[in-house]
Design a protein around this ligand. Structure first.
Ligand code: TXA
Ligand code: MG
Length: 321
């Protein structure tokens, strides 16, 4: 049985109307596709959790046009202003205290007194926020625990029967999710590596990021050991594949063949991040088809976006609990 495609490329006017009516829209951003709904509508936000099969204790990121829109809902201390000025629109999520008059659904905060906000650097996402006129709650548009979608077809495969429409923005240019920091007064805690390198944030705040106290990290899927998981197990830091393994290469390698892909032959971590999730999906499908037992993944340097790539590979490799 083939599912009717929900992919739509005829603009966002109809999508904005669907969102205002409480619907769910597959929305491209520069990082990954999001499953977007009106963040002020409790029932719509509840539909996001149901569609993804996402635990209710896992808070959602709320997408805003800019810092001005964010400051209507969360406290915006000077360090948040500096970070937003440096990186918005872009792949940085700021976790900030909810304002007392915050109109965003409490479900989006999953019971916390904070809210994750970011301004996406993508024309379609920005146009959708403008057309709806409200912030959009949007987790990655994949069933909970699976690989995040970096093109419209991935969203169709994973959630095609659950979304009302998918806006096709082509492949996501960054390819890994946003970096998440939590701000408490002057302190900036690093919660998740992502599309903005740790070093770039530290350059703006003028000091090293603090590690998050364990109690500050929600036991959310994106933070759990096993996440972003393909069906096929991963073997990390592999110089070359063993017989019966597919290979996810990086940089200069002599490994070639039908079951090998190279994230970046020139060894560029930005290019590797953009290819990561799509290549994992392709190799996972090849392994299923040819009954290969592992995806062997080459080591990736930790600098820049390499930190986010290593984080996602480690979670993809972790035993499923
Ligand atoms: O790039 C991205 O961040 C993408 C695109 C769609 O914007 N979104 C994304 O959402 O990756 P999601 O739900 O897959 O991951 C969001 C993570 C959650 O795992 C949660 O732990 C964290 O953000 N988060 C959200 N609100 C938070 C809060 N108030 N406190 C701590 N962590 C929070
Ligand atoms: Mg996710």
């Amino acid at each position: 049985m083939t599912q009717k495609s929900k992919i739509e490329d005829s603009g966002f006017g109809a999508a904005a109307a669907l969102i205002r009516d409480g619907g769910l829209v597959g929305m491209p951003t520069e990082t990954v596709y999001g499953l977007a709904a009106d963040a002020t509508d409790d029932a719509a936000v509840a539909r996001i959790f149901a569609a993804k099969g996402r635990p209710q204790f896992n808070p959602l990121i709320v997408h805003v046009a800019d810092a001005g829109m964010a400051a209507r809902y969360v406290e915006f201390p000077p360090v948040a202003d500096r970070l937003a000025a440096a990186f918005w629109p872009g792949p940085l999520t700021l976790v900030l205290p909810r304002r007392a008059d915050c109109a965003i659904s409490l479900l989006a905060s999953a019971g916390l007194d904070t809210l994750g906000v970011r301004a996406p650097n993508h024309e379609i996402a920005q146009s959708l926020i403008a057309a709806v006129g409200r912030p959009l709650a949007a987790p990655s548009a994949n069933p909970s625990g699976t690989i995040s979608p970096t093109n419209a077809e991935h969203v169709q495969e994973g959630l095609g029967d659950k979304v009302d429409v998918i806006l096709d923005g082509g492949p996501c240019p960054v390819g890994v999710e946003s970096t998440i920091v939590k701000i408490e007064g002057d302190a900036v805690f690093f919660l998740r590596p992502g599309g903005i390198a740790r070093e770039a944030i530290e350059h703006i705040i003028g000091r090293p990021l603090s590690s998050a106290p364990h109690t500050d990290i929600p036991q959310a899927p994106g933070m759990l050991a096993s996440h972003y998981a393909p069906r096929t197990p991963l073997r990390l830091d592999a110089a070359a594949p063993e017989p019966g393994e597919a290979f996810l290469g990086f940089g200069n390698t002599t490994v070639e063949g039908p079951n090998a892909l190279n994230l970046s032959p020139s060894g560029d971590v930005i290019e590797a991040a953009a290819n990561l999730f799509a290549y994992l999906r392709t190799l996972d499908a090849l392994c299923t088809k040819h009954r290969l037992s592992y995806i062997a993944a080459a080591p990736i340097p930790l600098e820049g976006l390499g930190e986010a790539i290593n984080d996602r590979l480690a979670r993809a490799a972790a035993p499923k609990g």
